[in-house]
Write a protein that binds this ligand. Sequence first.
Ligand code: ATP
Ligand code: MG
Length: 141
Amino acid sequence: MQRTLSIVKPDGVNKNLIGEVIRRFEKAGIGVIALKMVHLTKKQAEGFYAVHRQRPFFDSLTTFMCSGPIVPMVLEGKDAIKKVRDIMGATNPKDAAPGTIRKDFADSIESNIVHGSDGPDTAAFEISYFFNATEIFELKG
Ligand code: ATP
Ligand code: MG
């Protein structure tokens, strides 16, 4: 079993896609073990995306991520990190495979509906960025 952090980004929340995103993960056998809705400050968005600080899109990305509420969640399942990223599709919706969330719903490489951790170390950092141990649950069966 593996844990990962996903986020329905502000564009996904605005397009009423919270349920659709979760449905696709759950259908793939990936369970939700923590969930909340938050509106990040610019500083909080910058902290979350600190690895991208040097990238040209950093300011635009962090402004976008605090433009409205988001829905972070902790997901658990076998190979959850890779499975979630496969369900999301490529960063740029133009490159995303048919049937992926980004292909189906994203407007641009920045406004791409959903986030997913890219490895075990980033997953651990990103989960702890949004959730305390008491906010994460064990599923039965
Ligand atoms: P995420 O980290 O959100 O799951 P990702 O791992 O596919 O997406 P990253 O390379 O980590 O992509 O980039 C983080 C986010 O920054 C992207 O999801 C997208 O919102 C934004 N982004 C990435 N590349 C660009 C770009 N060239 N121009 C504008 N925004 C970008
Ligand atoms: Mg990433």
